[in-house]
Design a protein around this ligand. Structure first.
Ligand code: PT1
Length: 275
């Protein structure tokens, strides 16, 4: 298993498997609450070909309320330790808490995935000191109320401005741009139409010259359109891929990788002369 920086150098997309360790999680709530269940799900996704596992102990779906630091630590840290004992797969931790970041960084983790883009005091410094990769995601508001009345001049331009400032702040804190990944935050303080526009116009986020990550998997914008939300998610992810997404954050690793293999084979057939 290659390290994350090597994986990011490759021209091929990466699949990040979602491991929710929240009892109230939106699509697999209560399923992976025990450490052993979390381990078996992580190993299953690794065997299916996931390149990274993203472990999250705070639900950030619309309407979710925050979790205490001690609760989040109790959910996440034992799972990181357990996976590390059984696998070398790169690990991402989905957290906004500097305390969780600090504990996680004392174990083997490769990346911090922060839906609040390292806005908590001390979090940028922690990522810098520990040489971690970081996903800087855009969210308008906070999960409990973010869907009430999202407001933008232009959703893409506004998010690009946010990215520019976040990248600058991270650079000043000593994080190398080579370790940053940007995510427009599908479903985080955006209307149905704005969510669709984020994918339609995803290529506009390439101006920063940084890898893009997207999290479309099983989200309400897609389930409103498609009754089979897994097929809908795969379609959305392929659209994002063609617009330049590098990391696809998904629940359904197997289905996503099957689709990716077909797309890659078709794209490659046009690149070289195979007769
Ligand atoms: C994401 C993401 C995430 N999504 C990153 N991290 C969630 N980097 C958690 C809905 O509308 O997209 N990128 N961590 C999950 N959040 C949501 C948001 C789940 C909206 C569901 C919805 O259904």
């Amino acid at each position: 298993m290659a390290v994350l920086s090597e994986l990011l150098e490759r021209p091929t997309p990466l699949v990040m498997g979602i491991l929710n360790v929240t009892p109230d999680s939106f699509s697999d709530g209560g399923l992976h609450v025990s450490v052993d269940q979390a381990l078996s799900r992580a190993l299953e996704m690794a065997a299916q070909g996931a390149h990274i596992i993203d472990i999250g102990g705070e639900s950030t779906r619309p309407g979710a309320v925050g979790v205490s630091v001690s609760e989040e630590l109790d959910r996440v840290i034992p799972v990181i330790e357990k996976i590390n004992n059984h696998s070398v797969i790169p690990i991402s931790v989905d957290t906004s808490s500097p305390e969780v970041m600090r504990e996680a960084a004392s174990l083997r983790v490769d990346m911090i995935n922060d839906v609040r883009a390292l806005s908590s005091d001390g979090s940028m410094e922690l990522v810098a000191e520990n040489n971690l990769h970081v996903c800087l995601m855009h969210m308008q508001g906070e999960p409990d109320t973010m869907q009430v009345n999202p407001q933008y001049n232009d959703v893409v331009d506004d998010i690009n401005l946010f990215f520019e400032k976040a990248v600058q702040r991270c650079c000043r804190a000593g994080i190398s741009p080579g370790r940053m990944i940007l995510d427009p935050g599908f479903g985080f303080g955006k209307t149905h139409q704005q969510n669709l526009a984020l994918v339609n116009r995803l290529a506009e986020f390439n101006i920063h010259g940084l890898p893009l990550m997207v999290g479309l998997s099983r989200k309400s914008t897609l389930s409103r359109i498609a009754d089979d939300v897994i097929a809908g998610s795969v379609a959305g992810n392929i659209m994002a891929l063609l617009a330049g997404a590098k990391i696809l954050r998904v629940h359904d690793v197997k289905q996503t990788l099957s689709a990716l293999r077909v797309v890659t084979a078709i794209v490659r057939s046009g690149e070289k002369d195979e007769n």
